[in-house]
Design a binder for this molecule. Sequence first.
Ligand code: FPP
Length: 264
Amino acid sequence: MARVVSDNAEPRALPRHIAITMDGNGRWAAARGLARSAGHKAGLEPVRLCVRECSRLGIGALTLFAFSSENWSRPAEEVASLMGLFLETIDREVNDLDRQGVRLRIIGNRQALSVRLQAQIAAAEQRTAGNSGLNLQVAVSYGGRWDIVQAARALAAECASGALAVAAIDEARFGAALELGALPDPDLLIRTGAERRISNFLLWNLAYAELYFSERLWPDFDAAELACALEFFAGRERRFGHTGAQRGAEAPAGRGAAALKAAP
Ligand code: FPP
């Protein structure tokens, strides 16, 4: 169930899990006559802000789309600068994340990453694994289709070895084999950069997410815009395939899923 907070008199439902497609870094840089890499660098500040705000509000999970399976086809120079930025950032920020009680995980095809980056990711994950605050997932070399295929392969291997019966594969079992594993599905997807697409992000897990499309370019995303996204979420009626009457007039956004599981 989503937590409910009130900063004034009015209680507001909060998502348990927010996913963000951080789009618009290149345009932000171009508008200033800068290299695209400067836009990616500027995109780090809103990342820090979202981590702080989600932690402060008690939102359980935040998943950020940093580099897609398809981004490998960008110019080699941009790919190299992004990989350098990931390396530097993980190294520089891990202490601070750890202090905030954040549990960091990288999701995606990590075998496509350099051995050095893989090692650094493993160390940062290990360092923060025992934390009980915000679950922060950064998707790197990630694609929703890749994720579904890797889950299917893992389950098929279990079936082939006799460890798993085909009939035992249901939605819960399949979902657990995906990169987000046991985390609840994102309730809210925010995409910046004025584009209205899913772009191969968390295809399975976004099945019932509310979609908030922001006109802001990612480096300009700030606390006020995050508050707008949360306000939008709080105003949604989430029905999960049920009727509005079944859902009940009172349940705010984010509360519906658990309540409706018990519905006939
Ligand atoms: C999409 O904007 C953004 C990216 C491909 C990179 C996002 C990465 C960061 C913000 C760095 C985060 C780092 C960590 C470690 C979390 P775009 O380049 O497609 O922008 P455009 O549509 O304007 O060209």
